[in-house]
Design a protein around this ligand. Structure first.
Ligand code: ATP
Ligand code: MG
Length: 391
């Protein structure tokens, strides 16, 4: 029997007139994920993408790669057969015999979907005919329509039909590149890689900016961010990172402004610099890993004072997410282990003892006016290093 990976999509299916565009983008992404593999054919038909691979490729590896493409509801490794009841039955029996030899299957249920409406039999008729043949030609298994160990799915299509039993969940979302480009403020922590990943999941291409305080922060801190970006590229494709030195700005703030405002003032500078980088690199939005109330600078007052610094949409996908949930996503996508490695963040270098949790915008603006904001931003932009991280 020939193996075919069936890729089914969720939200793209609802796209109306734009659907072909989203499907094309999805196929491009699948092709690019499978670059290192021997692909025989990838095509779409009736709202499903079919992926045929060289038989020597590992099924688990292929599924692992396809899973990283956004826009997919689920993936099934199926067996192709002719759209003919005898062939379908024969293949299904063989399929279940394989399952018996490889698994602990005791009960099953056949479920048919008839995409090809002209087929001579109706779905329930196909299921019961195939089910009866499976029972007749195998031993030790029975039908359970409520809680079967395995559901044997039969997809009847016009040209070919497909048999499978597993639906491996994808991440959903929309294909990369269908929703502009976002500039993620990427620290070395747990949150920001997850935030970037979440926006990429909605179709955004990702570029990144990282602020360091070299030589107060080490080379290692910068490398850590590159490591995180590298993990993210598995989902997002290549990422351009702008490394900006914030040290001079932090020193100026520490010298001239009230200590309690240091964090908010540096965060405003980060945002302003990010906005400039975004605009000169055609990014449509800024993205941060902020979560309401998580730390002093992320109280509602802190966020208001930070947000006010820029004139550009700021996406904060984690705003209503608890830390444990963010950590779980980080573990799932593979950034967690790198994020928890110790490093010095530029924010912790100048951490005040009592950061303000209720900053007043007017006070913050007054303090900021003590600084040459424009000059400092321009200097920082000149002290920027750009590196591209590839998969
Ligand atoms: P994270 O896990 O992302 O470090 P955090 O809880 O440590 O989050 P903060 O340090 O307050 O939070 O930062 C909030 C957000 O600001 C981060 O999620 C990130 O988007 C941005 N940010 C913070 N520090 C930096 C940095 N050094 N470079 C770039 N962006 C940063
Ligand atoms: Mg941080």
């Amino acid at each position: 029997m020939k193996k075919v990976f069936l890729v089914k999509y969720g939200e793209i299916a609802l796209k109306g007139l734009n659907k072909p565009y989203f499907e094309r983008m999805l196929i491009n992404q699948i092709k690019s994920r499978l670059k290192a593999f021997k692909v025989i054919d990838i095509f779409k038909s009736d709202g499903i993408v079919y992926v045929k691979m060289d038989e020597n490729e590992s099924d688990t590896q292929v599924i692992k790669e396809i899973k990283k493409v956004f826009g997919i509801a689920y993936i099934s490794l199926s067996y192709e057969t002719e759209t003919d009841i005898e062939m379908i039955t024969k293949s299904a029996v063989e399929y279940v015999k394989n399952l018996i030899s490889e698994t602990q299957i005791k009960t099953f249920k056949v479920e048919t979907r008839r995409g090809y409406k002209q087929f001579s039999l109706k779905s329930p008729e196909i299921s019961s005919l195939v089910g009866a043949s499976i029972l007749k030609e195998t031993q030790g298994i029975s039908v359970d329509v409520h809680q079967p160990d395995y559901r044997i799915y039969i997809d009847v299509r016009r040209d070919k039909s497909y048999i499978y039993s597993e639906k491996i969940q994808g991440y959903g979302g929309l294909p990369l590149g269908t929703n502009g480009k976002g500039l993620i403020l990427l620290s070395g922590g747990i949150d920001s890689p997850v935030a970037g990943w979440m926006m990429a999941k909605r179709g955004m291409q990702i570029e990144a900016v990282h602020f360091h305080s070299y030589p107060f922060t080490s080379e290692r801190a910068k490398e850590k961010v590159m490591d995180l970006a590298k993990i993210m590229t598995q989902y997002t494709g290549k990422i351009k990172i702008h490394h900006v030195n914030l040290l001079n700005i932090q020193q100026q703030i520490a010298e001239k402004c009230p200590e309690a405002e240091l964090v908010i003032l540096s965060r405003r500078f980060m945002m302003k610099i990010a906005e400039r980088i975004a605009k000169s690199n055609r990014c449509d939005a800024l993205i941060t890993g902020e979560s309401l109330g998580q730390v002093a600078s992320q109280t509602i007052h802190g966020l208001v004072a930070t947000d006010h610094s820029v004139n550009m949409i700021v996406m904060r996908p984690l705003i209503a997410t608890d830390k444990v949930d963010i950590m779980n996503v980080a573990k799932d996508i593979g950034t967690y282990e790198t994020s928890i490695q110790p490093y010095e963040d530029c924010c912790t270098v100048f951490l005040p003892k009592h950061p303000s949790t209720r900053p007043k915008l007017e006070n913050i603006l007054r303090s900021e006016n003590l600084l040459d904001v424009e000059g400092l931003i321009e200097d920082a932009l000149l002290d920027t290093e750009v590196v591209t991280v590839e998969i």
